[in-house]
Ligand binder design. Structure first.
Ligand SMILES: [Zn+2]
Ligand SMILES: [Zn+2]
Length: 446
């Protein structure tokens, strides 16, 4: 089966079961020089993709004719965009998307900065980076060769993703035919979903939507096994979040048969977690815990998409029900307003996808009250990071805060879709939720 071999091509670390570890004993203190946050926290999430914190790049903004984060947010919130925004047809949308990648990967020249005789041409192998000429391409090759193959997958995935947005590719649903304990990683999950999933993917490959997609982007349609591999990566990307919540519930031994239901908070949630989320997207989490007595997933963050803002119902859940809701704001404010006042119950699990507090002083300043709150209230918490390096940096910060680390490691439900760093295309692509850290309360006194 092609997709498996493709997955192995891009050097994923092997899946491992959650492991209990002893936190690093020698910890270099991380200077926490907390100063005034310079751009706003909202804007930080937005511009920091280059630091491996979710967000959109400045380049995308420019090419969508949006000049600022505020303008982008207006569009996300359903406001009237500025003149010049928008696309009249799919061709134009894909063209605009492609334009965001159109700059010389070596000398950074933009199309507007080239002399008349020069045009930007893409690398023929990956079709995902551009060069102003053969000299730049030659000089760039030693760096680009390390990521060219992986960037080829990125180029296919970002077009195929459109099928998820339009609803032409829907996530599999229905109770798990296997006992949940057996499904410890993606290999098991794909085997379990088996022939039903294969049939669904083959139907997408043969659909009119697929034909239209490749006609619109004006590039040759890749081979079926390449497209099949892309659909599988997109599935892991969409399901990584619900299944990582499940990993946390499972590994931290949280009882999901509590009368009235269990509560999960997804904190620091942004448009990444909440834009275009459909009610069924978290069904897979429910199937992971057959017999659960209701799961309430509350997304809290400064960037929660407007469509997603709903007040959380306080009535007890029906067994088997999943309820999604969103609140805009910082978590410690949400806590004061809703949890402290006993309007909402204490969460059974808190999850933050890529909080990125290791990435900058300003982000750390925004996260500090929340981290201390989670520690002092003994809330079981799981966070994810993109890389080993970030794992180490984040662990150090948590240990410095006397937070008791329960486990960390490679996430068996990581997204397998590579993420390119737009402004620096030769940087090693990252994978969402690649590693996790679980913590609970204070470090025990020794
Ligand atoms: Zn160049
Ligand atoms: Zn290439």
């Amino acid at each position: 089966m092609a997709p498996r071999s493709q997955r192995q091509k891009h050097k994923k670390p092997p899946s491992v079961a959650p492991m209990v570890v002893i936190p690093p004993t020698v910890v270099t203190p991380v200077p926490l020089n907390l100063s005034k946050p310079d751009p706003s926290i909202d804007a930080l999430g937005f511009f920091s993709l280059d630091n491996n914190v979710p967000g959109l790049s400045q380049l995308i903004l420019q090419n969508l004719n949006m000049k600022s984060y505020e303008e982008y947010k207006l569009v996300i919130d359903g406001g009237t965009p500025v003149a010049g925004f928008g696309f009249r047809c799919p061709q134009e949308m894909f063209q605009r998307m492609e334009d965001t990648f159109r700059f010389c990967a070596h000398c950074r020249a933009l199309p507007s900065g080239l002399s008349d005789s020069k045009v930007l041409r893409h690398c023929k192998r990956c079709r995902n980076v551009y060069y102003c000429g053969p000299e730049c391409q030659r000089s760039d090759w030693p760096a680009h060769r390390k990521v060219c193959q992986e960037l080829h997958l990125v180029a296919v995935d970002r077009l195929m993703e459109w099928l998820l947005v339009t609803g032409d590719f829907v996530l599999p649903s229905g109770p798990w035919p296997w006992p949940a304990e057996v499904v410890q990683d993606w290999d098991a999950w794909f085997s379990m979903r088996g022939s039903q999933l294969e049939a669904a993917m083959n139907a997408v490959l043969g659909s009119q939507a697929m034909t239209t997609l490749w006609a619109s982007v004006r590039r040759p349609r890749p081979d079926p096994d390449v497209l099949h591999g892309s659909l599988k990566r997109l599935l892991t990307d969409a399901l990584s979040r619900p299944l990582t919540l499940g990993l946390g519930l499972r590994a931290l031994g949280i009882d999901v048969r509590k009368a009235g239901g269990s509560t999960l908070h997804v904190i620091g949630a942004s448009h990444v977690e909440t834009f275009l989320v459909r009610p069924g997207d978290y069904d897979e989490l429910g199937y992971m815990f057959p017999g659960h007595h209701g799961l309430r997933v509350i997304m809290v963050g400064v960037d929660v998409a407007t469509d997603f803002l709903q007040s959380t119902s306080t009535s007890p859940l029906e067994p088997g029900a999943i309820q999604l809701s969103g609140h805009r704001g910082l978590y410690h404010d949400f806590w004061e307003e809703h949890v402290e006042t006993e309007h909402l119950t204490h969460p059974d699990l808190v999850v933050a996808f890529h909080p990125g507090f290791h990435a900058s002083v300003s982000l750390m300043e925004a996260w500090l009250p929340t981290l201390l709150l989670l520690r002092d209230y003994d809330i079981p918490t799981l966070i994810t990071v993109y890389s080993q390096k970030e794992l180490t940096a984040s662990l150090q910060i948590l240990v410095n805060l006397d937070i008791h680390i329960i486990a960390y490691g490679v996430n068996p439900f990581t997204s397998l879709k590579p993420e390119q760093v737009y402004s620096n295309p030769n940087k090693q692509p990252a994978y969402c939720n690649a590693y996790y850290i679980m913590f609970l309360g204070n470090t025990p006194a020794s």
